[in-house]
Unconditional design. Structure first.
Length: 100
């Protein structure tokens, strides 16, 4: 059996390909999350000063603050669950802002 036809060599090659796909997926995922966060930031910022806000929007802004400030993340561990928590907060904030 040739070394190049070895299942080990094929497995190593496939793992290298999987690593490349993972990195590309992660890059695109990060770009999508960044876009969502930037859009939300712009929508919240567009609401202007507190003096112009209705009582409902002030409550919504406080809810957004609470959602973000109570987010318990451990970024140094690089856990998937932290990414899911961030996604969850983004979805909740989008729901709040959507009703504005």
């Amino acid at each position: 059996m040739k070394a190049s036809a070895s299942p080990i060599k094929s497995a190593v090659d496939e793992l290298d390909a999987l690593r490349r796909l993972f990195r590309l997926t992660l890059k695109n995922y990060a770009a999508a999350v960044e876009t969502d966060l930037e859009r939300l930031r712009g929508e919240v910022e567009a609401q202007g000063t507190v003096a112009r806000l209705s009582a409902e929007k002030i409550r919504d802004a406080r809810d957004i603050l609470t959602l973000i400030r109570t987010l318990d993340l451990k970024p140094t561990k690089g856990r998937r669950r932290d990414l899911k928590k961030i996604e969850g907060v983004i979805e909740e904030v989008q729901g709040i802002v959507k009703n504005w």
